[in-house]
Each structure stands twice: as C-alpha cells, then as structure tokens.
Design a protein around this ligand. Structure first.
Ligand SMILES: Nc1ncnc2c1ncn2[C@@H]1O[C@H](COP(=O)(O)OP(=O)(O)OP(=O)(O)O)[C@@H](O)[C@H]1O
Length: 327
C-alpha cells in the first residue's frame, strides 16, 4: 500500500520547495508505516477567544411592515435600524495536543461551530479577538495547509460513487508532482483506512437518491480531508444523525487517527457515555462562555467539588449539557 505523509524539519514553517503540506521525498514516503501517520505534530492553543457580531435589531417589527409605515426602501432602513452587538464567544481558552481528542460540548446555539471556525482560521476580521497559537507560534499558511475541516453538512456530489468521489478529489487536491497512478493509489489507501471498501462502488446519494448510509457519508467527508494527510483535524458534529453504533464506530476511527499523532477537535451534540469516555479533554460551552475545560475523566469530579452532582448515576455528557442549559 502506498504511503503518503509529511516529512518536515522540526521548524516546519517553510515549504522547502514543495507547495503541498503532505509532500515528502519519494524514498522516505515509501518507508512510512501508514498513510495516516502524522510527521508534523501540531499543538493548538487558544487563549481568551471572543467573537462579536454586529446585528440589526428587528424586534420592533418586520422589514415589510416598517417599509409600509415609513415608505422607505429596504436599503434606507438599514441606517435607521438599531444595530446591536452580540457576543457569540466570550473569553474561551483551551489547548489540544497531538494524540488527543478535544470534544466541544454545548447546547444548540452555544457557539460550538463558531469556535471551530475560529480555530480553523475560517473566521477573520475585527469581530474576533484573542490569541491562537500552533506550536507556540501564530498559525502560518503552512499550518492551515495541514488543517482538515469536516463541515456539519456533507458537501459531496450525490451521483458519484465513494471511489469516484475520492479519486476525483485526490486528482484535484494532491500536488502536480505526483502521477495520476500515485494519486489513485492514495485515494484507494484512504478508502481502506476509513473502512469504506464495502461501499466504494455505491453512489453517495442524497435525500432524493438512495446512496450510502449516513455514517458512510460522514466517513467519506473525513476521507476527503484525510487525502491531504492533515496534522490537525477539525470536525463539526460528525455524529449528528448517526445511531449509537455508527457514532461509536466513527469516534473509534477518530481515536485511531489521534493515536497516530493527529490532533483532533470535534464538536458533539449529545454524545453517549461510551463516546464521552473516548475523549481526552472536553470544553463545555454555554451561551459562548466556557463552563469547563479539562480532562473528560475529571469533569464530574470538578462539578461535584463545586456543589453540582447528579442525584442518580447518569451519562456525564447529559449532565454537562443540563448544566450548560442552566437546568
Ligand atoms: N453570521 C452570523 N449571523 C448571525 N448569527 C450568527 C452568525 N454566526 C453565528 N450566529 C449565532 O451565534 C450563535 C452560535 O452559533 P453556532 O452555529 O456557533 O452554534 P452551535 O453551538 O454550533 O449550534 P448548533 O449545535 O445548533 O449547530 C447562534 O445563536 C447563531 O444564530
């Protein structure tokens, strides 16, 4: 099986003649034990991260009613509208190292996706404050090329098969220095590593065309990112819509990737207790504020020490979500 992994000197801030993060000298590539090995570990630290949005306050009536009452065009109303600032994230701090899974938990609307987008460098501008460090330095282009982001909604072509999807993607995303045959081999390796062999000839499908299962589709989205062999993998609710067994299988795959030196950050809506004990650390968000950041195994002990403990044995994730909801 061909291997495809990054070989970089420890400083790692230059591309060393390669415009691709995962490109390494051919001979050393062949010696690597696995496609999923990470040769450039990334420790991601985020300190006092806040994100604010300026929003139009439309509480006093909808645009159409105001337009009728005042005879204003929608564009004129913008200047008369009441602009309010909304804090989406408020002073969130944490760290995640290679080999670890950090789970971001919180109720709907608590800011999980926003935090993931900020950490992946997908939200820029003046509304974001705080510090993000990758290996104690400001993230460079080199780091962003080594970051894979799996969005909440799978963006895949419904008519292509799993195999076609990943080969097509590898032909587009992998560097020109690799031959077509090599790129195809890399796609085939990812298919094997992510357990997609059985469904590789099934079409992706969507809500109108029957295709692969929800869990398999999520795996294809992860495989899509794995083609570039990222060191940091960020996933937005990868288990949403999956049954307990499929969710467990998916998080086990993430555990395997972490075990091979990757840094994993994932948001989760309602993980089972079985999933919860697979996380190294958790960050609980409540209305954009961090309620807890630390080892998953120590979360219940911490809340007990400050006077909050469940009255009967329950899934720690459910208990943390109750707390985040103020219940
Ligand atoms: N660009 C935006 N414009 C308006 N509101 C926004 C924007 N981005 C985020 N928000 C608001 O910020 C809050 C946090 O959103 P975010 O998507 O991060 O939450 P979440 O915890 O990921 O929710 P879910 O679990 O439902 O996906 C929500 O109330 C959302 O409506």
């Amino acid at each position: 099986m061909p291997s495809f992994a990054a070989v970089e000197p420890p400083s790692g801030d230059s591309t060393h003649g390669s415009d691709h993060p995962s490109l390494c000298p051919r001979d050393s590539r062949d010696q690597l034990p696995s496609l999923m090995s990470s040769c450039y570990p990334i420790t991601l630290q985020f300190i006092d991260v806040s994100y604010r949005l300026k929003m139009e306050n439309k509480a006093k009536g909808n645009s159409i009613r105001r337009m009728i009452n005042h005879g204003l065009a929608p564009s004129d109303q913008r200047s008369t509208a009441n602009i309010q600032e909304r804090i989406i994230l408020n002073g969130v701090t944490g760290i995640v190292s290679p080999g670890e899974i950090l789970a971001i938990l919180g109720p709907s609307g608590s800011g999980k996706s926003t935090l993931l987008n900020v950490l992946a460098g997908r939200l820029q501008g003046h509304s974001f404050t705080g510090t993000i460090l990758a290996n104690n330095k400001k993230p460079t282009k080199h780091i962003s090329k080594r970051t894979g982001f799996v969005t909440q909604d799978d963006i895949l072509y419904p008519h292509l098969t799993v195999r076609e999807t990943l080969i097509f993607c590898s032909l587009l995303r992998l560097p020109k220095t690799l031959t077509k045959k090599e790129k195809t081999s890399i796609a085939e390796s990812v298919i094997t590593e992510l357990g997609l062999t059985k469904c590789q000839n099934t079409i992706i499908g969507n809500s109108f065309i029957r295709g692969v299962s929800g869990g398999e589709r999520k795996r294809v989205s992860i495989a899509h990112e794995m083609l570039i062999n990222p060191s940091l993998l960020i996933l937005d609710e990868p288990t949403s819509g999956l049954d307990a067994t499929a969710a467990h299988r998916l998080v086990s795959t993430l555990g395997l990737l972490a075990h091979r030196g990757k840094t994993i950050i994932t948001s989760m809506h309602q993980p089972s207790s079985r999933l919860f004990q697979m996380f190294n650390s958790v960050l609980v968000l409540s209305e954009g504020r961090c309620l807890y950041f630390g080892k998953a195994s120590e979360a219940m002990g911490y809340f007990e020490s400050v006077g909050y403990s469940p009255s009967f044995p329950m899934n720690p994730a459910d208990f943390l979500l109750d707390l985040a909801n103020g219940t």
